[in-house]
Design a protein around this ligand. Structure first.
Ligand code: NAD
Ligand code: IPM
Ligand code: MN
Length: 351
């Protein structure tokens, strides 16, 4: 039988709680697929930094490269925690992993499963994916500050967009669209203001579209995209967008499809030159950590994205179906369940 060699980074806060449930599901799903699962835990995150001063040592990064994929929980301190400089763990661990392992496709599906309450009065059918660029944009740390603390302080944060980086993610979005029933790509940007990057993204979309004659495409400025995501989300099929717009839009996409506890993501290296990494869209949720209150569904659906990426599409589909049937039977008011109870129920319906 086949081997899967998976690195697990549970992280901080609810990260370890939701990851434990995703691991249970992975074990069950791989067992059924006759795949030998080998898991290796890596202790990293804000708590680890407080104890050791380490964010992501080079040896750890090298070791992570030897796995087939990485399952990631969440990292980060509580917003009010002054013991850790803001952004240190996010930048030096999470973003460093995405950049070093060249996770250029940040795939974030948004699907309203049957039986899930949406905050929208008339949500309609919601089933789209956001292909968020993962290695460039304003996330690269290309900035600085002058005259800090004076009335003349100047802070810059310069977005980097390369032809190579934009083209590969746009082509990925068109390829994914070509395999979906509606075959439609929406570029979301803000080319009326961000003219240089906007021009590159638009030209790239027009050029790549020539390779996919069956895929239609349109364009929305990001501010208008947030309107349509609230008023008519069923218009979206595949959204392709830059790193920061994609970050913001996918929290909104999570909210309209039943909440952040359900939103999954994959940080994918489509060239397979390094392992891809799968994680919930949400963070470490310090407000509910350690209480078994977190919904592990986002972590479990992220594990399904991992199985799919690793070629186990049948196992991935079975996990998604198990989640779907669990979700359909939920009644939060009368039946509050712990994190582990939700995980166990999904494992049971897989069996
Ligand atoms: P958050 O996603 O952690 O929490 C936002 C709200 O959603 C909170 O009220 C939380 O209780 C709730 N929530 C989140 N996940 C949930 C789940 N599975 N079930 C039920 N409720 C859930 O965002 P935040 O509060 O802005 O960030 C907290 C920390 O996490 C910060 O340090 C931030 O930088 C970090 N963060 C990390 C990641 C990541 O590791 N990928 C992502 C986002 C934020
Ligand atoms: C996410 C998070 C991260 C991001 C942060 C924690 C760096 O918000 O995964 O959406 O902005 O990408
Ligand atoms: Mn985010």
């Amino acid at each position: 039988s086949e081997f899967l060699n998976i690195a697990v980074i549970p992280g901080d806060g609810i990260g370890p709680e939701v990851t434990a449930e995703a691991v249970k599901v992975l074990k069950k799903a791989t067992e059924a697929a006759d795949v030998r699962l080998v898991l290796t835990d890596y202790t990293l995150g804000a708590e680890h930094w407080l104890k050791t001063g380490e964010t992501l040592p080079e040896e750890t990064l090298s070791a992570l490269r030897n796995h087939d994929a990485i399952l990631f929980g969440a990292v980060g301190a509580a917003p009010g925690d002054t013991r850790i400089p803001s952004g240190l763990i996010e930048r030096e661990l999470l973003l460093k992993l995405r950049f070093s392992l060249d996770h250029f496709v940040n795939l974030r599906p948004a699907k309203l499963y049957p039986g899930v309450p949406s905050p929208l009065a008339e949500p309609g059918e919601i089933d789209f994916i956001v292909v968020r660029e993962g290695t460039e944009g304003p996330y690269v740390g290309n900035g600085g500050a002058l005259r800090v603390g004076t009335p003349h302080e100047i802070a810059t944060e310069v977005s980097v967009n390369t032809a190579h980086g934009v083209e590969r993610v746009v082509r990925d979005a068109f390829r994914r669209a070509s395999e979906r029933p509606r075959k439609h790509v929406t570029l979301v940007h803000k080319h009326n203001v961000l003219v240089y990057a906007g021009h590159l993204w638009r030209r790239t979309v027009e050029a790549v579209a020539q390779e996919f004659p069956n895929v239609t495409h349109d364009y929305l400025h990001v501010d208008a995209a947030t309107i349509f995501m609230t008023t008519s989300p069923s218009r979206f099929d595949v959204i392709v967008t830059d790193n920061l717009f994609g970050d913001i839009l996918t929290d909104q996409a999570g909210a309209i499809t039943g909440g952040i506890g359900l939103a999954a993501s994959g940080n994918i290296n489509m060239d397979r030159t390094a392992p891809s990494m799968f994680e919930p869209v949400h963070g470490s949720a310090p407000d509910i950590a350690g209480q078994q209150k977190a919904d592990p569904t986002a972590a479990i659906l992220s594990a399904a994205l991992m199985l799919d990426h690793l070629g186990l599409s049948e196992a991935a589909r079975r996990v998604e179906e198990a989640v779907e049937s669990d979700i359909a039977s939920r009644d939060e008011m009368t039946d509050p369940r712990t994190t582990a109870e939700i995980g166990d129920a999904i494992v049971a319906s897989l069996a």
